[in-house]
Design a binder for this molecule. Structure first.
Ligand code: GLC
Length: 545
């Protein structure tokens, strides 16, 4: 047990396995609720909405970064890992948020960004001020350039946001950044880096945080002796031999983290963002490491019965093997919202579609929302834990018409304005039917909201039994009664229908087709859309008991 500090508070129940079947709600703090009229959401705003989160029936809230940051990548560029950005509040505000959440039995997960810091982090400033070869530079990845005078980047590696992954500094050396130039990569072979992050885990755990989401977990170990790396995704080895991602040595880091997380009672939970093939991804979720890893397979799949069933099967076996519980995700702050994805023809390149301002191909909004509701209800019936992203409970769509000059995503800038990026899913959420920012705050929000946003607001949907908000509430409430264990038994069903039984007669049936099928017998617990007599309409899920 750590004796550093008494946590600000702990939840009323202290089940160490709470994360195994939790519904976790992701808050993107800049865009959730603005309490101080600066156009940016903040921690006090989130605290004021804790009763709303409780009414949603979620078990935990995951906060995307709120740490001091120049916001070059929405806060995933951290200048100080142990403080709160003044625009978002103070550490006292953070403690108040944790207390309020715990009073409602909602756990709090914070986002740790270990692959890179902000270029405004004290360490990076010291590195720039110090000489090549200095200990200050050794916390990052500085190298001499190639070419006659070192005028070429040390390798051909490209950044995830476009362009070279190397930037040159005044004295001629280059530093590595797998993301934006404002996000210099740390060197995780440096023991000082390791020790510092372990202190950060303790800092937040001591404040009562229940778990961590680990950003780019698969990127920390790098083999810098291999300058060549295929830039074509399909040519990557995916077997641990890629110089940059998912190397075997990375697991040693997380084994050390587990020892820190286990210093607490209950042990702190963790979930890896690790983009690796399934069998390798679950390695991050071993009990000796983080416990969970995001499974993005449903998020990447078309709305299709065969695809969904195969993904569920594959992931349940993989999780069972690793000793973890499975995770499920349909939307987050990095992808086009699922109500929009499902309203586009299968196989649509969403980056290209966004560049047409959402005009071609045409979006079928009704179909998109109907399918999103069906997919969500299926997801919430699965064993394991589900991660939901703020606004999906309102059926929000991607905002496609943000004026180009207001786009903030570094992808937009780094790709020379050829990829818009992720701002369309990060637009502040609507709380009321009208007002300057539909209840988000008292002034215009940092990203503009669509004119018809009020119709999808909490105020508009609250109390409407047919609304998406009511569906999420009904589903989480029923799930609280029903969710137990890891069991799932597939039931015989017609083509295009996915049906499975959990326990005590609880079944989930999804009709992925467009034509109605006979509704199986049983008491209807929740349905994602209206049921016609004796029939399960197309693109609809029902829970039966
Ligand atoms: C993760 C985050 C994403 C961020 C990137 C770099 O993928 O989810 O938002 O841009 O890491 O930190």
């Amino acid at each position: 047990m750590s004796t550093l500090r008494t946590p600000a508070s702990t939840p009323r129940t202290t089940d160490p396995d709470w994360w195994r079947d939790a519904v976790v709600y992701q808050v993107y703090p800049r865009s959730f609720a603005d309490s101080d009229a600066d156009g940016l959401g903040d921690l006090a705003g989130i605290t004021s909405r804790v009763p709303y989160l409780a009414s949603l029936g979620v078990d935990a809230v995951w906060l995307s970064p709120f740490f001091p940051s120049p916001l070059a990548d929405g806060g995933y560029d951290v200048a100080d890992y142990r403080d709160v950005d003044r625009r978002f509040g103070t550490l006292d505000d953070f403690d108040a948020l944790v207390r309020a959440a715990h009073e409602h039995d909602i756990r709090v997960i914070v986002d740790i960004v270990p692959n890179h810091t902000s270029d405004e982090h004290a360490w990076f400033r010291q590195a720039l001020a110090a000489a090549p070869g200095s200990p200050e530079r050794a916390r990052y990845v500085f190298r001499d350039g190639a070419g006659v005078d070192g005028e070429l980047p040390p390798s051909d590696w490209v950044s995830n946001f476009g362009g070279s992954a190397w930037t040159r500094v005044a004295d001629g050396q280059w530093y590595l950044h797998l993301f934006a130039p404002e996000q210099p990569d740390l060197d995780w072979s440096n023991p000082e880096v390791r020790a510092d992050f372990e202190d950060t885990l303790r800092f937040w755990s001591d404040r009562g945080v229940d778990g961590f989401r680990v950003d780019v977990a698969h990127g920390l170990a790098k083999d810098l002796s291999t300058p060549y790396r295929p830039s074509d995704e399909h040519a990557l080895p995916l077997d641990g031999s890629d110089p940059l991602y998912d190397r075997d040595e990375v697991h040693e880091i997380f084994r050390a983290w587990r020892l820190v997380l286990d210093e607490y009672d209950p042990p702190r939970a963790a979930v890896a963002e690790a983009w690796a093939p399934g069998p390798r991804r679950v390695l991050y979720a071993r009990p000796s490491e983080l416990g969970q890893a995001f499974n993005f397979d449903l998020l990447e799949a078309p709305f299709d019965a065969t695809a969904f069933r195969e993904i569920v099967d594959r992931n349940l076996s993989a999780s069972a093997e690793s000793g973890a519980s499975s995770t499920w995700v349909l939307s987050n702050h990095d992808v086009v919202r699922h109500a929009t994805r499902y309203g586009l023809p299968d196989g649509t390149d969403t980056d290209a579609w966004l560049m047409t301002d959402g005009t071609a191909p045409a979006l079928d909004r009704t179909k998109g929302l109907r399918r999103a509701r069906a997919a969500t209800l299926l997801m919430l019936a699965l064993p394991g834990s589900s991660y939901v992203y703020q606004g999906e409970e309102l059926g929000l769509e991607e905002s496609v018409a943000i004026p180009h000059e207001l786009l903030q995503d570094p992808k937009w800038i780094r790709t020379g304005h050829t990829v818009k990026g992720r701002d369309g899913c990060r637009v502040p959420i609507p709380w009321t039917t009208s007002g300057p920012s539909f209840g988000f705050g008292a002034v215009a929000p940092h990203l503009p909201q669509p004119a018809d946003f009020g119709a999808s607001s909490v105020e508009a949907e609250d109390g409407d039994p047919a609304s998406t908000l009511s569906l999420y509430r009904a589903a989480t409430a029923a799930r609280r009664d029903l969710q137990r264990g890891e069991d799932l038994i597939w039931l015989d069903s017609p083509a295009g229908v996915v049906a499975f039984a959990r326990h005590d007669g609880w079944r989930s049936v999804t009709n992925f087709g467009t034509e109605p099928v006979p509704l199986p017998d049983g008491e209807v617990v929740v349905a994602s859309g209206p049921l016609a007599d004796g029939l399960l309409p197309g693109e609809t899920t029902v829970w039966l008991r």
